[in-house]
Design a protein around this ligand. Structure first.
Ligand code: SAM
Ligand code: SF4
Length: 458
């Protein structure tokens, strides 16, 4: 039995009660970019008082600004298949769900979907499938990834393909890695073993340890960037958050590489799945804001990913509290971008805005929409990335690359309204760069983009 998650330790830490003095001390430590240990995280998790919560939100905002500046990375999911041999009780794709229309896209159809995303201006996607090796095995993934990477539409191309597929053995992960993936993302769903067993009644996914140890196998196989997360709504949110941080700490201690990203999905209603309409442990929006702020403070170097499961209003608030990457214009049904209106989605989304609307809103809200994929192509991954991210040095690359990729987007896809707002924002941000060398480089590269060059980055 895996020893990554120690339930007794989590339960005993969750008895930590916050006092104002303790909270202040913890927040001061967090603001020095030192991260938080599990005890400190548990103390903040137990804060219910509004005044103390405000202090946590304030600190998270300050730290987010310090490490990430104003950039928000954008991506879109690409669902290749909704066939699945598992029976997760919360998911529309579960094997026994007879209410949905299933689709398995051919490689050519996946490329069509990728082209639809390129036409919107996306540069970074996450590829997802149900667990169905006969249909969506590694040969299939190899072909579709190769074809997507070689496809171009006008100035559009997909430069980074992250992957969220069922866990593999070490040999399988080695092969997956050789296809040129970005981050391998996998959610534990719930770290609570008994709950896990109940909500995954059959199929390969019913093995808790196989899933929990997936990241060990992925790292052993040489995958550089991994993304973890729970699916909130299955078990107590405090337990899940602390367990996620325990998992992160375990990976960091053992491999010297913490998770590249932590995602914070909440269960959404899914067609034909009564469980998803009323999950047993759904947290409130206020609790959600608390855990986003806490994760930001506890693991400042880790990207925090939010999907279109949440409403635009809540997403905007969570961006300020710590979220650094969001999906935009998402469809969770295979073929949903360009081919099939009839295939069924995995769950309902609360933010159905198109990418261009989200980009405009971000720019108007003083955020810099980023399509950057530079670290991955410059080899700033795994431990090299962490060595820059932990002391807060990655920001100088990220901010410049955010401006460059935003400029590219404005030139190729921007409406007049976005051109006006976006160019003004870029100008303001460039003049605010303190380091004169970086400022000059950013100006030179922005001019090259203005003159028609593409894929310019540092
Ligand atoms: N099938 C693979 C697996 O489960 O590992 C690949 C990922 S699945 C397509 C993506 C994720 O969707 C799951 O890990 C789960 O957390 C999430 N999901 C499933 N049903 C959901 C629902 N009703 N609401 C929100 N997220 C859901
Ligand atoms: Fe299949 Fe993944 Fe949905 Fe479970 S969450 S039913 S494994 S697609």
């Amino acid at each position: 039995m895996s020893e990554i998650i120690n339930v007794d330790v989590i339960n005993s830490l969750l008895k930590e009660q916050p006092t104002e003095k303790k909270v202040d001390e913890i927040l001061n430590k967090a603001l020095m970019l030192k991260g938080l240990n599990l005890q400190e995280s548990a103390t903040l998790l137990n804060v219910e008082d509004d005044k103390l919560l405000d202090k946590i939100f304030h600190a998270a905002k300050e730290l987010k600004e310090k490490i990430y500046g104003k950039r928000i990375v954008l991506f879109a999911p690409l669902y290749a298949s909704n066939y699945c041999s598992n029976n997760c009780v919360y998911c529309a794709f579960r094997r026994d769900n007879k209410c949905i229309t299933r689709r398995h896209l051919t490689p050519q159809e996946v490329v069509e979907e990728a082209k639809a995303l390129m036409n919107q201006g996306h540069k970074r996607i996450i590829l997802l499938t149900g667990e169905e090796y006969k249909k969506a095995g590694l040969d299939y993934l190899e072909e579709i990834m190769d074809r997507i990477y070689h496809e171009k539409v006008f100035n559009g191309e997909i430069r980074r393909i992250n992957v969220n597929i069922a866990p593999l053995d070490v040999e399988g992960f080695k092969r997956l890695n050789s296809f040129g993936i970005g981050t391998y993302q996998l959610f534990q769903e719930t770290y609570h073993r008994e709950t896990y067993t109940t909500v995954h009644p059959s199929g390969k996914k019913s093995d808790y340890d196989w899933r929990l140890e997936a990241m060990d196998r992925a790292l052993e196989a040489g995958i550089q960037d991994i993304g973890i997360g729970p699916l909130f709504g299955l078990a107590d949110y405090k337990f899940e958050t602390l367990a996620t941080l325990m998992h992160a700490q375990y990976l960091d201690t053992k491999y010297g590489v913490g998770p590249h990203t932590i995602s914070v999905p909440r269960i959404e209603p899914a067609e034909g799945v009564a469980f998803s309409q009323n999950p047993p442990d759904q947290m409130s929006d206020k609790e959600f804001k608390k855990i986003v702020a806490l994760i930001r403070l506890a693991v400042p170097y880790t990207g925090l990913v939010l999907s279109t499961r949440e409403t635009p209003e809540l997403r905007h608030e969570l961006l300020q509290l710590g979220v650094s990457q969001i999906s935009a214009g998402s469809k969770t049904n295979p073929g949903g971008y360009s081919l099939y209106k009839d295939s069924s989605e995995q769950f309902e989304m609360s933010d159905s805005r198109e990418l261009d609307e989200i980009v405009l809103k971000l720019a108007q809200g003083d955020f810099i929409p980023s399509f950057c994929t530079s670290c991955y192509r410059k080899g700033r991954t795994g431990k090299d990335f962490m060595d820059l991210a932990k002391p807060g040095l990655i920001k100088r690359f990220c901010n410049t690359n955010a401006l460059l990729t935003f400029k590219e987007y404005i030139e190729d896809y921007g409406s007049d309204e976005l051109k006006k707002a976006g160019n003004a924002l870029i100008e303001k941000e460039v003049s605010a760069v303190e380091d004169e060398k970086i400022k000059a480089e950013a100006k030179r590269k922005l001019e090259r983009i203005q003159n028609g060059e593409r894929d310019v980055y540092i």
